[in-house]
Design a protein around this ligand. Sequence first.
Ligand code: PFF
Length: 452
Amino acid sequence: MSEKRNIFGSKVGMILATAGGAVGLGNVWRFPYMAGENGGAAFMVIYLGCVLLLGVPCMLSEFIIGRHGASNTFRAYSEVGNGSAWKYVGFLGVLTGFLITGYYAVVSGWCLQYVYASLSGELQGDATYVTRYFQEFSQNPIRPVFWTIVILLTTHFVIVHGVRKGIERFSKAMMPALSVLLIIIVIASCLLPNGWKGMEFFLLPDFSKVDSGVFLGALGQSFYSLSIAMGCICTYASYFSRQTNLLKSAVQVSLIDTLIAIMAGLIIFPSAFSVGANPDSGPSLVFITLPNVFNQAFSSAPFIGWLVALMFYALLSLAALTSLVSLHEVSTAFFYEELHISRKRGAVIVTVATCIIGAFCSLSLGAVKELEVAGLPLFDLFDFVTGQIFLPLGGFLTCVFVGWYVPKKLLHEEFTNWNTLSGRCFGAYLFLVRYVCPVAILAIFLHQLEVI
Ligand code: PFF
């Protein structure tokens, strides 16, 4: 039988768990690059605008659906939509979260391998060595699959302990650890010779670089980084209490996520500029450029370089793990509530299925070339379908659902906690979610597909 539904035990635990879900690889490997390339502080101002005007209303909409539905994302959309076809938008969220879990676990597994490799000193070498190391590792048939399974089993371990004793307790320990590591590495990077040049590049506003593409890039990044439209936010909100101030929480989570992304930039640019390297984005930044940068930047104090690299990959693994926990929970809640089985069994189904998806995605990167669909390795296919199609589609439909279908009274009650909080911003929220957010998401979608 399904167990009694739990809620988060404390406000801090709730904020840290939700922020932990949002803070992930996207903060470290995508944000700094986009900011550096697109006008530094000018990009950040635009990004912050996107977060506050579009990210927060979308997150708030998912909070409302999740808390009102008090169940998994599929059922929550069904509850709020009175059993209408809108429940399939909830199902799309669950499916997106499920598919992302599989391939996100592969990259999270790479982070664990790099913790191990920095610990054992395997990452020491010149640029050619580090590049070859990553290529050989990611195309190896066994090792990446092994680490994918290790990180999914770790996630499973957290999930089976439940919302309070698993997710909340884990996030309350991991998020402060992540912040401490982040601060130490930021200081170490900024103190490097020529580190200030990197800071200047990252932070000095350059409005001449700003065009419509920069706006759309910032928008897309804000949705990706805040984990919107993949079921995570809605599922976690189903564990919020009736006292939770939804607007304030959405703002707090978004600001934590943004602050961590900016701090990641304060690691990457100063250290890269100190050795004259050009930071790029994605896996090549984290798994090729940075090990090399750490090796060179701290060549006069190899122990510090070793320690910084170790702490950096530990930080990345923690960020990935807290996101993975939130992604896993989306499907676990779906399976155990819809199939009326125990939470543990639901989690086993998700862990086994995502281990299989993860293994196939990992093998598609080189070990088994046949794992391709339409010329794309499975890994890239999952990335494309979820990131470029399902996420914008789910986000767009959610805004239309909340803005145009859900009764205003229900939204107002959730927004003001049944008239116990101020409803001053409610009109602005409704305007954004009705008109601005759907148009903006449509624009990101068309931009990503290179239509505009
Ligand atoms: N928001 C998290 C990140 O920035 O890494 C989690 C995440 C986002 C996972 C997007 C997967 C994804 F496609």
